[in-house]
Design a protein around this ligand. Structure first.
Ligand SMILES: Nc1ncnc2c1ncn2[C@@H]1O[C@H](COP(=O)(O)OP(=O)(O)OP(=O)(O)O)[C@@H](O)[C@H]1O
Length: 357
């Protein structure tokens, strides 16, 4: 697959603050890419640098094979969808969408018939037919999101940047709009780069997921790879589905705050050591059980359970005071009741743990 965007060693600072620290990035054409990172990791800055709203101090940006590092935003053919939609409140849906086409600096569409046809087509593409004459103050949040997207897509960008596009929507609408956004992107055939702080959104939407941490890209891969093989304790932490033990590798075991955890299999190289076990890989057993040779066991005190429909998350307090989470899927069994403050064995297979050293 050909690459649409390449960033090489891009650095952006604001005064003494480093916002992007030598970012390297290569995105394929015709893909949905999610960019996941904690608050302050540089996500918005990265989008603004790609769009041309900010110029980097050093490094290069190539878009469709051309060096665009110093090109102004309107010469980049890159669309931008803002989190707050940034619509014109006094205009109708139709006029909001047509505005950019008629008023853009490069090749404005002056033929009214052509402009109207394009607006009609894009309104159909994003599913807003019938709402053309409504003021944007009289439509729902999800519909506003579509207007914002249509307003960008009508200018036929070669790539679209979306900054937390679903952040202003409620949870139900957010999950419906995920599917919609993916479908719209497939119809347009251009790469979408979607910034989110939500790991579930990033994994659900991205053909490719990028993880930004500490102002640089620390992992890039498909959702399955990121979810199952986070390449550092930090990435595992953002995914919000791993229990993490700090400590260090000592021979065949990992010395942690709750004792030695037996290790088998590969050790991942990382500048920060750590031991990670996914919430859904753990069994809760009576305190009297013993661990098999291929298992690891720690003891915990039951704190509470949280029911989420298809699964239940149980919280245990470990002897080092840390909270440990266990996710049990309920497709084949009813939820078990645990004794408040009861002691349990928390058991997993050695091979299921990820060890970083
Ligand atoms: N205009 C600015 N002036 C000074 N510092 C800035 C400016 N914009 C961003 N920063 C700093 O650059 C770093 C990266 O910020 P950025 O907004 O890109 O992070 P983010 O990952 O998008 O965060 P969030 O998820 O909270 O929006 C932060 O330390 C931030 O404080």
């Amino acid at each position: 697959m050909s690459s649409v965007l390449t960033l090489t060693k891009v650095v952006k600072t604001y005064g003494d603050t480093v916002a992007l620290n030598s970012v390297d990035l290569r995105l394929p054409n015709d893909s949905y890419v999610s960019l996941l990172g904690p608050s302050g990791s540089g996500k918005t800055t990265l989008l603004r640098v790609i769009a041309g709203f900010e110029l980097p101090e050093s490094g290069s940006i190539h878009f469709l094979g051309k060096d665009v590092g110093t090109a102004p935003p309107h010469e980049r053919d890159i669309g931008f969808v803002f989190q707050n939609f940034a619509l014109f409140p006094h205009m109708t849906v139709r006029d909001n969408i047509g505005f950019g086409l008629v008023n853009r600096l490069n090749n404005p569409v002056t033929d009214t018939n052509v402009a109207q046809r394009k607006v009609r087509e894009i309104i159909a593409l994003v599913g807003l037919t019938g709402l053309e004459d409504r003021a944007v103050t009289q439509i729902s949040g999800g519909q506003k999101q579509r207007v914002a997207l249509a307003r960008t897509l009508i200018t036929e960008p070669k790539m679209v940047l979306l900054d937390e596009p679903l952040g202003a929507l409620d949870a139900n609408l957010r999950s419906r709009m995920r599917t919609e956004l993916k479908a719209i992107r497939e119809r347009c055939g251009v790469t979408f780069l979607h910034v989110t702080g939500s790991e579930t959104e990033a994994l659900a939407m991205g053909d490719i997921v990028l993880v930004l941490d500490d102002k640089r890209i620390v992992q890039q891969g498909d959702a399955d790879m990121i979810y199952n093989q986070p390449n550092s304790p930090a990435v595992a932490r953002f995914l919000n589905c791993y229990n993490l033990f700090p400590g260090q590798l000592e021979g065949e075991s990992f010395a942690s705050g709750v004792g030695k955890l037996a290790v088998s299999g590969a050790v991942h190289r990382s500048s920060t050591p750590g031991y990670a076990i996914r919430y859904d890989r753990i069994a809760i057993k009576p305190i009297s059980t013993t661990a098999a040779d291929d298992e690891v066991k720690v003891e915990g005190t039951f704190v509470a359970s949280e029911y989420t429909g298809s699964s239940i998350t149980s919280f245990f307090s470990l002897d080092d005071g840390k909270i440990f989470e266990v996710e049990t899927h309920l497709s084949h069994s009813a939820p078990k009741i645990y004794e408040p403050q009861g002691r349990y064995n928390l058991v997993w297979k050695r091979k299921d743990a990820l060890v970083y050293a």
